[in-house]
Design a binder for this molecule. Structure first.
Ligand SMILES: C[S@@+](CC[C@H](N)C(=O)[O-])C[C@H]1O[C@@H](n2cnc3c(N)ncnc32)[C@H](O)[C@@H]1O
Length: 355
């Protein structure tokens, strides 16, 4: 998934510098602001046990599938509804179920009625987040997954696999400039394409990993770690707003929504790391309470926390240092609309070794 402030292009930089500091090869890697999980997935592939956490539920769904699922799925309770499962084998079961979902008879509901043009043009706010077809397909598939879950026809692994596949697929056809604060006035090329579910594949492995859906400052009071990686938000834009429609599709809880963007009430999920007056206190508490051997932090120089704040706070736990790299800025909007006009920023990887 195309995620704002993703560290996809910084994975080698992060790993190289962590490995300079941590000599042991068998460390446990905790990614406590995991987002789509791109960072922990990289470390998991290198045979580290991983612990992942994020405040958002859509992120939990993705991480739950990619991190926790580690063996084949059989969908045994769906054979009555999908007889093709009788004739396949373990390599085809996932695709057989996705094909079935891709071809269901359409059932309109929440996403169509609130985020597609045809329906919303009759209401107070017109919204063009998805083509009509894709909005209806999303509703159809989401309702079927929910129905199977309610009837106990899916185990948890199967449920999160299907939900993660839907989130990945719908994001690919969203008519946005990446985040869901606004939609584009006309359907862009990728949004005209038909939503097709593809398997959200994960690696089978034998290690057991942990996954949480919690505020990091609460989680840290109850858990111990080894090597911690922190990648908090950099600015005042809450992730609950950035991805509010994915949150709604993941929960499918018929929320009250408001305004031009059709935003759900996100007050429960407002992060202190995106609040100018709270962030320093939250970060100081996190670092003070963390039970770990090493903490690494990605943060660039120009946002809510100053370099001096970070230094002062991390130093309080013992040996502090910093690695840097020039990084191309994420562009979700037109250059002239942004406050920051530079095309590149310096990315910092701070760390503290804890005594
Ligand atoms: C910069 S993004 C992480 C990106 C991720 N490393 C990647 O490369 O895809 C920050 C993440 O922190 C999460 N977050 C914000 N505040 C949080 C909090 N208080 N506790 C846990 N997660 C939080 C957001 O939901 C978001 O997914």
């Amino acid at each position: 998934m195309n995620y704002i402030w993703s560290k996809k292009s910084l994975l080698e930089f992060i790993e190289k510098n962590i490995n300079k500091i941590v000599w042991r090869k068998d460390y446990i890697f905790s990614d406590l602001f995991a987002g789509t999980g791109i960072v922990w997935r990289y470390f998991k592939e290198k045979w580290h046990k991983v612990i992942a956490n994020d405040l958002q539920y859509y992120s939990f769904v993705l991480n739950r599938n990619y991190i926790w699922n580690h063996s084949d799925l059989y969908f045994a309770n769906l054979v009555n509804e999908i007889p093709e499962l009788f004739t396949g084998n373990v390599n085809t079961y996932k695709q057989t179920v996705l094909d079935y979902l891709n071809n269901l008879k359409w059932k309109k509901w929440f996403i169509y009625k609130n985020y597609s043009f045809w329906w919303t043009k009759w209401s107070e706010y017109e919204r063009l987040y998805f083509s009509d077809e894709n909005a209806i397909k999303c509703d159809t598939i989401r309702q079927k997954i929910g129905e199977w879950k309610d009837k106990n026809l899916l185990n948890e692994d199967e449920y999160f696999f299907l939900l993660a596949s839907l989130l990945e697929a719908i994001d690919k056809v969203a008519n946005t400039a990446s985040v869901y604060w606004a939609y584009l006035k006309k359907l862009k090329k990728s949004a005209e394409k038909t939503l097709i579910l593809e398997p959200a594949n994960y690696n089978n492995d034998l290690l057991s990993h942990d996954i949480y859906n919690s505020d990091v400052n609460k989680l840290i009071l109850e858990t111990s770690h080894d090597v911690v990686y922190l990648d908090p938000p950099y600015n005042h834009r809450q992730y609950s707003g950035n991805y509010h429609i994915l949150e709604t599709i993941a929960k499918y809880d018929n929320p009250k929504i408001s305004g031009k963007t059709g935003m759900r009430d996100c007050s429960e999920q407002k992060s202190d790391y995106s609040k100018r007056w709270e962030v320093k206190k939250a970060f100081a508490e996190l670092i003070k309470n963390i039970d770990a051997k090493y903490v690494f932090l990605s943060y660039n120089c120009e946002w809510l926390l100053s370099l001096d704040d970070i230094k002062e706070i991390m130093w309080s736990r013992w040996k502090y240092w910093i690695f840097t790299k020039e990084y191309r800025r994420f562009k979700a909007d037109k250059t002239e609309n942004r406050n920051h006009k530079k095309d590149s920023v310096t990315e910092y990887l701070h760390y503290v070794e804890i005594r």
